[in-house]
Write a new protein. Structure first.
Lengths: 112, 111
């Protein structure tokens, strides 16, 4: 079954404690991205990757890092989380045509 | 930059039709999308329409595109309680790098 898997689904942490949210896809997609969803703002793109070792900033990259060492994985790293990064995060992937995007189930992060 | 706008809330009675509207700014968008997000779940692609089409129908869903006015709508016929969700309109930007999402319309279906 084609899917995008994020872990963890729920995370509560404290300011400054580094964390990583993992994302993997089993569809051999080249393109992967991270979004955050906040009430009234829709989804805003944080980072995207067009292929292995190719990443670029989206609209709201500050405070985040990503890496793409393998095609299937695209982790999101928060080196020093802050309360304004409390949000719902979605990983997504698509093939080279990018005519549709498949989303993970989401990770709800609370930074205290 | 590109912008996608939607009203934030819509309430309808069960059995009625729902119409969710969306406006966008990027006239070069090639595809426009509707995604559904149920409570606690991720985004599910409902349907999409190519920019050279005016209408697309898929069972209870009808998508209308007015390219001149940059207006997209999603009509759900015979709305059911299971249709209660947030519906996101999205467009693919000029460069194909990013899907630009609207803020989402929360559809509430009343019995």
């Amino acid at each position: 079954e084609a899917q995008v898997t994020q872990n963890p689904r729920y995370l509560i942490t404290v300011t400054g404690k580094k964390l990583t949210v993992t994302c993997s896809q089993n569809m051999n997609h080249e393109y992967m991205s991270w979004y955050r969803q906040d009430p009234g703002l829709g989804l805003r793109q944080i980072y995207y990757s067009m292929n292995v070792e190719v990443t670029d900033k989206g609209d709201v990259p500050e405070g985040y890092k990503v890496s793409r060492k393998e095609k299937r994985n695209f982790p999101l790293i928060l080196e020093s989380p802050s309360p304004n990064q409390t949000s719902l995060y979605f990983c997504a992937s698509s093939d080279t045509t990018r005519d549709r995007v498949d989303f993970g189930a989401g990770t709800r992060l609370s930074v205290l | 930059g590109e912008d996608v706008e939607q009203s934030l809330f819509l309430s309808v009675r069960e059995g009625d039709s729902s119409v969710i509207n969306c406006t966008y700014t990027d006239s070069s968008s090639t595809y426009l999308y509707w995604y559904k997000q149920e409570p606690g779940a991720g985004l599910q692609l409902l349907t999409y329409i190519f920019s050279n089409m005016d209408m697309k129908q898929d069972q209870r869903l009808t998508v209308l595109l007015n390219k001149k006015d940059k207006h997209l709508s999603l009509r759900i016929a015979d709305t059911q309680t299971g249709d209660s969700a947030i519906y996101f309109c999205a467009e693919k930007d000029n460069y194909g790098q990013n899907f630009v999402f609207g803020p989402g319309t929360r559809l509430s279906v009343l019995p």
